[in-house]
Design a binder for this molecule. Structure first.
Ligand SMILES: [Zn+2]
Length: 126
């Protein structure tokens, strides 16, 4: 696993999802990359993204690419924009009934493939 991905995964394991922000221009760089997508500087600070966001889009996976125990389809995946990181859209496990524009709370969970984020509740959040 790359160092960039392990920083993300370590944050999930500790219960603090974080994404990198460029030290020079302030752009959130998601997915993590060795240099900034805007200014190519390689200095980042990782920031806690909090636990709330807005659903950008979602889909229901009906057929698996690989067979993984505990992750059998069908299941729902959403792209969520955390409130603290405008423009960043992170894939998360979700439940049926989720809608585009829904305010959601999310949390790290453990899966057979490693830690991921999952939407834990929807509705009006603080
Ligand atoms: Zn930059």
């Amino acid at each position: 696993m790359s160092e960039l991905l392990s920083t993300w995964t370590d944050g999930l394991i500790r219960g603090i999802p974080r994404v990198p922000r460029c030290e020079k221009c302030g752009l959130w760089n998601w997915y993590p990359q060795p240099s900034c997508r805007s200014c190519q500087v390689s200095e980042f600070t990782w920031h806690d993204i909090g636990a709330e966001g807005v659903v950008h889009t979602w889909t229901e996976v009906m057929r698996a690419i690989d067979s993984v125990d505990g992750l059998e389809p069908p299941y729902v995946v959403a792209l969520v924009e955390p409130v603290r990181t405008p423009g960043v859209r992170i894939p998360m496990r979700a439940r049926r009934g989720i809608g585009i524009g829904d305010r959601v709370a999310f949390e790290p969970i453990s899966t057979p493939l490693g830690p991921v984020l999952e939407i834990s509740s929807t509705g009006l959040l603080t």
